[in-house]
Design a protein around this ligand. Sequence first.
Ligand code: GDP
Ligand code: MG
Length: 166
Amino acid sequence: KSGFVAIVGRPNVGKSTFLNRVVGQKVAIMSDKAQTTRNKIQGIYTTDDSQIVFLDTPGIHKPQNKLDEYMDKAALSALKEVEAVLFMVSATETRGAGDNYIIDQLKQIEAPVYLIINKIDEIDPNQLLPIMDMYRKAYPWAEVFPISALRGNNVDELLQSLVKTL
Ligand code: GDP
Ligand code: MG
């Protein structure tokens, strides 16, 4: 089984840290599935019987002008070609207007969306459930998944779940 997974999220939420942890090899194998030129391959996670190609997509942010609007359309169409989308937020930051905009855009795609709450090692364990509930209420159609990309908590479980969507 193999497929593409896109990662989106604001700067500094931990996207690169996550990729560095899960990606065991640089791009060596090219999947035979269609691939858009706008998507940058960031790395590949492989097991004996599966392969996930992680893609960096152009940023989605509220358009301020015509060029932004064009970029946004390109980003969205890129997301239509993936098997799953990881939307990463940080447990240490409050939900912002930018996040709400991204979520509205993600509602237009069909692939499963995982709302990854990263940096759970930074918060009081008692805060986790309220934060998860808040995101579940805001985005009921997304699978809410808490992790620590830095320490590795729940990362294997996330990968196993992603492999099932391929
Ligand atoms: P990106 O901009 O989304 O790619 O974010 P980075 O991966 O560059 O991470 C930004 C900062 O957050 C770095 O200082 C990371 O070490 C830190 N960071 C990333 N993941 C975690 C995490 O799970 N826990 C903690 N405590 N820090 C993290
Ligand atoms: Mg980065």
